[in-house]
Design a protein around this ligand. Structure first.
Ligand code: FE2
Length: 423
């Protein structure tokens, strides 16, 4: 089988057929009308075909550990750190790999084929990173995995933090991370940004910083990250994750900040379910939503996308790999259910995320690009969201790697029909 027919494509009218050979797309043709199904072609049945979903921010090394050994009863970030410290003491490379592979399969089952995972490198010996580098190779059939050297406990304020980050880069991570708001002082936070940006530039790596993940309006490391990005001209390679403090900045500061952000041209990732769960915890009422300014960044022409962050870990007890659930939550929380946003909402879990991950020509439905695509259960962005649509099929380099048969519901006739409902 090397063709899918009766496909609807985003932003284009009519039905299309897509042909592939040797793992690459060879043709995308407009059909004059619906074509009859054949044994030789996959039939999209008029539903939407998109490039694979992209999960741009997750922590695979902590996934599937909630409740081990104890649950986070308060649900706070701080109790999560305490619970993780208990679980971390029992982590082995085999345990890390088994949980990461299970989680990746959950993601692949929802049409995700590109993942960026942060890996805690504040660990002498970097055993977890070694395990995750193996996972990156072993999972290639299902997922392209980018690994981020993530200094969970800081770079400047953690013993040997700089050496561990450098070692992680030399071992082959794809992305350099950071956590400036967690460093002990403002000066250390700023120094950590200069250090990590220089490290990434020197080794030709991408950058993705956990930046200002707090409700503290005085946490202002994003301006530093953006300015260093602008000076180095690295905008296409740098991402700021979370930036939740922006939800607490006043508008006067934001008007200056946005000028720098636009000059820098960096990308943003918001993790709406995780942030609304963890932020706002010091508020009584009114209670902040604890998210960055997603629609404002988007309207300013900056690249923003949505991510899951956690799946069943000490910080967030839920999650099943379904990124469309995160999109649904994010659009609600960010006041983005207006008509225009609904018409293009899949941008936030596909094209925008692919740009943040710098996937370039390795992504997208175009002739000559990988024959990797996903068939959804509805025919437009709006219908996918409204109907809580699902990924029905995932094709990767020309090979079907996932098929889903949707459940069927039948509404039975009422035995005593009400007026207007029977027989
Ligand atoms: Fe994170």
């Amino acid at each position: 089988m090397n063709q899918i027919i009766n496909a609807r494509l985003r932003g284009r009218d009519g039905l299309f057929s897509i042909e592939w050979a040797g793992g690459l797309i060879r043709a995308i043709d407009a059909q004059p009308g619906p074509q009859p199904a054949t044994a030789e072609a996959l039939d999209a049945g008029g539903m939407l075909v998109i490039p694979p979903l992209v999960e741009p921010h997750i922590h695979l090394d902590a996934a599937l550990t909630a409740g081990e050994p104890r649950w986070n009863l308060s649900g706070t970030l701080f109790e999560g750190i305490e619970r993780w410290a208990e679980r971390k003491a029992r982590v082995t490379p085999e345990d890390t790999k088994a949980r990461a592979h299970r989680t990746l399969r959950m993601l692949a089952a929802h049409g995700i084929q590109h993942v960026r995972s942060h890996v805690d490198v504040t660990e002498p010996g970097l055993g977890t990173l070694k395990a995750m580098l193996e996972v990156r190779d072993e999972a290639r059939g299902l997922i392209d995995l980018q690994l981020v050297a993530f200094p969970q406990e800081g770079i400047e304020s953690f013993a040997n933090g700089r050496a561990l980050m450098t070692e992680a880069v030399e071992m082959g991570v794809d992305v350099v991370g950071g956590i400036p708001h967690f460093e002990n002082t403002r000066e250390q936070g700023v120094a950590s940004i200069h250090f990590l940006m220089d490290l990434a530039e020197r080794h030709g790596r991408l950058v993705d910083v956990h930046c200002d993940e707090t409700d503290d309006p005085h946490s202002r490391f994003l301006e530093v990250l953006a300015e260093v990005t602008r000076v180095k001209g690295m905008g296409a390679r740098v991402t700021a994750s979370h930036t939740t403090a922006m939800g607490s900045y006043d508008n006067a500061y934001c008007s200056r900040l946005f000028r720098v952000l636009k000059q820098a041209g960096l990308s943003f990732i918001s993790c709406p379910t995780e942030s609304i769960h963890l932020q706002g915890r010091f508020d009584s009422y009114p209670k902040r939503r604890g998210l960055t300014r997603v629609p404002e960044l988007d309207r300013a022409g900056l690249n923003v996308c949505f991510a899951q962050d956690s799946i069943v870990d000490p910080w967030y007890p839920l999650g099943n790999g379904n990124l469309l659930r995160i999109l649904d939550a994010g659009l609600h929380i960010c006041h983005m259910l207006g008509y225009e946003d609904l018409q293009r909402c899949l941008d936030f879990v596909t094209d925008h995320s692919a740009r943040a991950l710098a996937l370039g020509a390795g992504y997208g439905l175009e002739v000559g690009r990988p024959a990797s695509l996903v068939l959804l259960s509805a025919d437009s962005d709006y219908e996918v969201l409204r109907s809580q649509g699902q990924a029905l099929l995932s094709l990767r380099h020309g090979e079907v790697i996932m098929r889903r048969t949707p459940g069927e519901t039948t509404l039975l006739p009422l035995s005593t029909p009400a007026p207007g409902y029977g027989p």
